[in-house]
Design a protein around this ligand. Structure first.
Ligand SMILES: [Zn+2]
Length: 144
Protein backbone atom coordinates (compact mmCIF):
# COMPACT_ATOMS: atom_id res chain seq x y z
CA UNK A 1 0.00 0.00 0.00
CA UNK A 2 1.39 3.36 -0.95
CA UNK A 3 0.45 6.33 1.06
CA UNK A 4 0.01 9.62 -0.79
CA UNK A 5 0.76 12.62 1.30
CA UNK A 6 -1.97 15.20 0.93
CA UNK A 7 -0.75 18.69 0.23
CA UNK A 8 -2.80 21.64 1.39
CA UNK A 9 -2.30 23.91 -1.62
CA UNK A 10 -5.44 26.02 -1.39
CA UNK A 11 -3.40 29.18 -1.75
CA UNK A 12 -2.72 28.47 -5.43
CA UNK A 13 -6.24 29.83 -6.03
CA UNK A 14 -5.13 33.32 -4.98
CA UNK A 15 -4.41 36.09 -7.44
CA UNK A 16 -3.95 36.43 -11.19
CA UNK A 17 -0.76 34.44 -10.87
CA UNK A 18 -0.11 32.61 -7.63
CA UNK A 19 3.54 32.36 -6.77
CA UNK A 20 2.80 30.58 -3.51
CA UNK A 21 0.62 27.48 -3.27
CA UNK A 22 1.32 26.46 0.31
CA UNK A 23 1.25 28.67 3.38
CA UNK A 24 0.36 28.32 7.04
CA UNK A 25 -2.57 30.67 6.38
CA UNK A 26 -4.44 28.62 3.75
CA UNK A 27 -7.75 29.27 5.53
CA UNK A 28 -7.50 32.75 3.95
CA UNK A 29 -8.74 31.14 0.72
CA UNK A 30 -11.72 29.46 2.40
CA UNK A 31 -12.73 32.83 3.83
CA UNK A 32 -12.38 34.47 0.38
CA UNK A 33 -14.68 31.81 -1.05
CA UNK A 34 -17.24 32.84 1.57
CA UNK A 35 -16.82 36.52 0.66
CA UNK A 36 -14.63 37.56 3.57
CA UNK A 37 -11.20 39.19 3.43
CA UNK A 38 -9.43 38.23 6.63
CA UNK A 39 -6.34 39.18 8.56
CA UNK A 40 -4.88 37.60 11.67
CA UNK A 41 -4.50 38.98 15.16
CA UNK A 42 -2.08 37.83 17.82
CA UNK A 43 -4.13 36.72 20.82
CA UNK A 44 -1.19 37.35 23.14
CA UNK A 45 -0.17 40.92 22.22
CA UNK A 46 -3.03 42.08 19.99
CA UNK A 47 -0.96 42.93 16.92
CA UNK A 48 -2.92 42.78 13.65
CA UNK A 49 -1.50 41.30 10.45
CA UNK A 50 -2.41 41.77 6.84
CA UNK A 51 -1.48 39.78 4.83
CA UNK A 52 -2.35 37.21 7.49
CA UNK A 53 0.54 35.64 9.36
CA UNK A 54 0.52 32.62 11.60
CA UNK A 55 3.42 33.76 13.77
CA UNK A 56 3.81 37.07 15.61
CA UNK A 57 7.13 38.86 15.15
CA UNK A 58 6.50 41.06 18.17
CA UNK A 59 6.04 38.44 20.89
CA UNK A 60 7.00 35.27 18.93
CA UNK A 61 3.63 33.68 19.70
CA UNK A 62 1.70 31.50 17.25
CA UNK A 63 -1.52 32.01 19.17
CA UNK A 64 -3.45 33.71 16.38
CA UNK A 65 -7.08 34.36 15.52
CA UNK A 66 -8.74 35.48 12.29
CA UNK A 67 -10.54 38.81 11.98
CA UNK A 68 -12.48 40.24 9.07
CA UNK A 69 -11.34 43.34 7.19
CA UNK A 70 -14.52 45.41 7.35
CA UNK A 71 -15.45 49.04 6.90
CA UNK A 72 -13.39 51.67 5.18
CA UNK A 73 -9.69 52.30 5.02
CA UNK A 74 -8.08 55.53 3.93
CA UNK A 75 -6.22 55.59 0.61
CA UNK A 76 -2.60 56.37 1.52
CA UNK A 77 -1.10 56.14 -1.95
CA UNK A 78 -1.67 54.57 -5.34
CA UNK A 79 0.17 54.00 -8.56
CA UNK A 80 -1.11 53.29 -12.06
CA UNK A 81 0.74 50.45 -13.75
CA UNK A 82 1.20 50.72 -17.50
CA UNK A 83 3.71 47.89 -17.69
CA UNK A 84 3.09 44.66 -15.84
CA UNK A 85 5.25 41.97 -14.33
CA UNK A 86 5.20 38.51 -15.93
CA UNK A 87 1.74 37.00 -15.71
CA UNK A 88 -0.09 40.31 -15.39
CA UNK A 89 0.37 41.63 -18.96
CA UNK A 90 -3.32 41.17 -19.81
CA UNK A 91 -4.40 43.26 -16.84
CA UNK A 92 -2.71 46.61 -17.52
CA UNK A 93 -3.44 49.37 -16.98
CA UNK A 94 -4.46 48.98 -13.34
CA UNK A 95 -3.87 50.80 -10.08
CA UNK A 96 -2.17 49.35 -7.04
CA UNK A 97 -2.83 51.05 -3.73
CA UNK A 98 -2.39 51.05 0.02
CA UNK A 99 -5.32 51.46 2.43
CA UNK A 100 -4.74 52.48 6.02
CA UNK A 101 -7.15 50.85 8.47
CA UNK A 102 -5.47 52.36 11.51
CA UNK A 103 -4.01 49.27 13.19
CA UNK A 104 -2.96 47.67 9.92
CA UNK A 105 -2.64 48.49 6.23
CA UNK A 106 -3.87 46.59 3.19
CA UNK A 107 -1.95 46.56 -0.09
CA UNK A 108 -3.89 45.65 -3.21
CA UNK A 109 -5.45 46.67 -6.47
CA UNK A 110 -8.16 49.25 -7.09
CA UNK A 111 -11.20 47.74 -8.79
CA UNK A 112 -11.51 48.39 -12.54
CA UNK A 113 -14.95 49.89 -12.00
CA UNK A 114 -13.54 52.86 -10.07
CA UNK A 115 -12.93 55.66 -12.62
CA UNK A 116 -9.35 56.89 -12.39
CA UNK A 117 -10.44 60.53 -12.13
CA UNK A 118 -12.34 59.69 -8.93
CA UNK A 119 -9.31 58.21 -7.19
CA UNK A 120 -7.97 60.64 -4.59
CA UNK A 121 -5.40 60.16 -1.85
CA UNK A 122 -7.23 60.35 1.46
CA UNK A 123 -10.53 58.97 0.16
CA UNK A 124 -12.17 56.08 1.95
CA UNK A 125 -12.30 52.73 0.21
CA UNK A 126 -13.41 49.25 1.20
CA UNK A 127 -11.75 45.91 0.58
CA UNK A 128 -13.90 43.35 -1.25
CA UNK A 129 -13.47 39.80 -2.53
CA UNK A 130 -13.19 39.54 -6.31
CA UNK A 131 -13.36 36.54 -8.64
CA UNK A 132 -11.14 36.84 -11.69
CA UNK A 133 -12.24 35.71 -15.18
CA UNK A 134 -10.02 32.61 -14.87
CA UNK A 135 -11.72 31.60 -11.60
CA UNK A 136 -8.88 32.74 -9.37
CA UNK A 137 -9.74 34.73 -6.26
CA UNK A 138 -8.32 38.02 -5.05
CA UNK A 139 -9.54 41.16 -3.33
CA UNK A 140 -9.88 44.68 -4.67
CA UNK A 141 -10.55 48.16 -3.34
CA UNK A 142 -13.90 49.70 -4.13
CA UNK A 143 -15.49 53.04 -3.42
CA UNK A 144 -16.77 53.14 0.13
ZN1 LIG B 1 2.11 38.88 19.51
Amino acid sequence: MSKVKEVDDRFKRFGTVSFTSITKTNDFIDYLEKGHVMGTRCKDCGLNFFPPRSDCHQCLSSNMEWFQITGAGKLVSYSKLEFAPIGFQEDVPYCIALLDYGEFKVFGRISDDVPEKEIKVGMEMKTAVNTLPNGQLNYVFKKS
